[in-house]
Design a protein around this ligand. Structure first.
Ligand SMILES: [Zn+2]
Length: 170
């Protein structure tokens, strides 16, 4: 009798723990406004969708008003201005697009900066944060397992990201 009761209590505790762990890790929602990205809006959205399909601790949501992340375009190099984790803006630059760099890869790469990832110019197409160093033949818009884990960790513990600018010139 006593043993049965103990087991029941243990089972209840386990269920509660699962429920608590499950809800404690709600995703951080970051809004982005790409209304200033002109003809690149679809590529910007695809880059956001890549991240939404890749990680669970943070989600990017498109809005038309005030946003955490603003995306525009100009004729320079793509670049990101990060003010803190998940806050700032990035620019789609036609200098890279005209050279043949993939616009969706550029988009997910720049969102990667806003999600706390630095540049790592490894030249490897399997690395999202290798950016233009992987060459124009590289069309991979997906973060690798290590990059995904890093972003999950950044939002799990809400790491502090210092203000930084990343210019993605080839
Ligand atoms: Zn970069």
């Amino acid at each position: 009798m006593f043993l049965r009761k103990t087991i029941a209590v243990l089972a209840t505790t386990a269920a509660l723990t699962t429920a608590l762990v499950g809800t404690a890790q709600a995703a951080t929602e970051l809004t982005y406004n790409s209304s200033g990205a002109g003809q690149f809006q679809a590529a910007v959205d695809k880059g956001a969708q890549v991240w939404n399909a890749s990680v669970t601790n943070v989600k990017l949501k498109k809005v038309t008003g005030r946003a955490n992340i603003t995306v525009t375009w100009d004729t320079g190099w793509p670049r990101a201005y990060v003010s803190s984790l998940g806050r700032g803006r990035w620019v789609m630059g036609t200098q890279a697009v005209n050279e043949g760099h993939d616009t969706v890869r550029i988009s997910s790469h720049e969102f990667g900066h806003l999600l706390g990832l630095p540049d790592r110019r490894t030249g490897l197409c399997t690395d999202l944060m290798s950016g233009a160093s992987a060459g124009t033949g590289c069309k991979n818009p997906n973060p690798n397992a290590k990059e995904k884990a890093e972003v999950e960790g950044n939002f799990r513990s809400a790491v502090t990201v210092q203000p930084s600018t990343f210019v993605d010139a080839a």
